[in-house]
Design a protein around this ligand. Sequence first.
Ligand code: GAR
Length: 221
Amino acid sequence: MEPRRTAVLISGTGTNLQALIDAAREPSYPARIVLVISNREAAGGLERAARAGIATRVIPSRGFTSREAFDAALDETLREAAAELVCLAGFMRVLGRDFVERWRDRMLNIHPSLLPAFRGLETHARVLEAGLPVTGCTVHFVRPEIDEGPVIVQGMAPVLPGDTVETLNARVLEIEHRCYPRALALVAGDRARVIDERVVVAGERPFERLILHPSLREACR
Ligand code: GAR
């Protein structure tokens, strides 16, 4: 099977994009990153894409009068690149219902919490505020409601004494970088199917799609 043509949408640093680029270098990986689109010109991830020889486009959200017009430009760019799958990787802009439905079960997102807990922004500050012992990240299919949709892979990391937003963010990012390539491989390899709004992977039980941060395994000994 030809690797699936995948576009990655970013707004910032692009460390998740980097994880996907690195994974897709493996010849047997079922996806190929063909385009990186940013809604911010200053996004560091654009540099990562250029370094890897991947085509980039900037579609500044401020240049459009309506959400629909922005979404239409995005859709056209994705079609021009013959993208089959879309990965949102720190793409900090809400997409409209029509756009999301057009890419149903072909668009993935990563969120820095164990969804459905802590949807929205500033997840790490809220986890610390709540005093929870664990947190993590979720890769899911995108649905029109923000941070909702069938879960493909989750990662779990401990919250450790003395953690700040920065230290927790760094630990969760480490696990994000393992979860996103795994999730994209399942989707691109046609292994993840959505049945009754749940992801089913033939031959795998759901907990096998839970990745533990090494320090959590350590902490549990
Ligand atoms: C990641 O932590 C990702 O989970 C989060 O933005 C960061 C992007 O980092 N996404 C969201 O909060 C979306 N709701 P990156 O640019 O280094 O990949």
